[in-house]
Ligand binder design. Structure first.
Ligand code: ZN
Length: 174
């Protein structure tokens, strides 16, 4: 179940703002959301019947975060699911550019996506020692940058009725 902000954008993209249908129905009864789309399925109890919402929007606007959380998924997304050393999309791991053993931290600026062969090859060396440098200087991305990269990976697994709400701002935001 997809949750949209009052402006019809998803509350967050990564991870997507998803609720269980139980949470959604609770929110409908508390009058906090509008139902935008339904699943075919209905829930029934002796006293009521209701189609399960697939997309709801909040009645009051929640300010979206501008600084995405530092998560494994978001690091991969920033790096477009490509090894930052050879470009391979396969067998991805995380590489500390300055190895942890040399004081490197687990931060946006020091962690990149790397395939396991490159990660093994680099091992505990600094980029200078290994002569391996990331293709792009790692940075703390904005939500906007992650959205842009996210559009390269259509969320096929999502319920059809969600897709419009994931991409509706594409034209406004080339
Ligand atoms: Zn690689």
């Amino acid at each position: 179940m997809l949750v949209l902000n009052a402006d019809f954008r998803p509350l967050s993209y990564y991870p997507l703002s998803l609720w269980s249908w139980q949470d959604a129905i609770k929110a409908v009864f508390l009058d906090r959301v509008n139902i935008v789309a339904h699943y075919e399925k209905a829930v029934r109890s002796p006293s009521f019947e209701m189609q399960i919402p697939s997309v709801v929007s909040l009645k009051s606007f929640v300010k979206p975060t501008t600084h995405p959380a530092f998560t494994r998924f978001n690091v991969f997304l920033r790096d477009r699911f490509n090894c930052q050393y050879c470009g391979s999309p396969d067998d991805l791991t995380f590489d500390h550019i300055i190895p942890r053993s040399k004081g490197g931290q687990t931060t946006w600026e020091n962690v990149v996506a790397a395939c396991s062969p490159c990660n093994l090859k680099k091992g505990n060396l600094t980029p200078q020692q290994a002569k391996m440098f990331p293709k792009q200087t790692p940075y703390a991305p904005t939500v906007h940058q992650l959205h842009r990269n996210g559009r390269l990976f259509p969320p096929n697994y999502l319920h059809d009725s969600w897709l419009d709400y994931l991409y509706w701002d594409t034209e406004l935001d080339p």
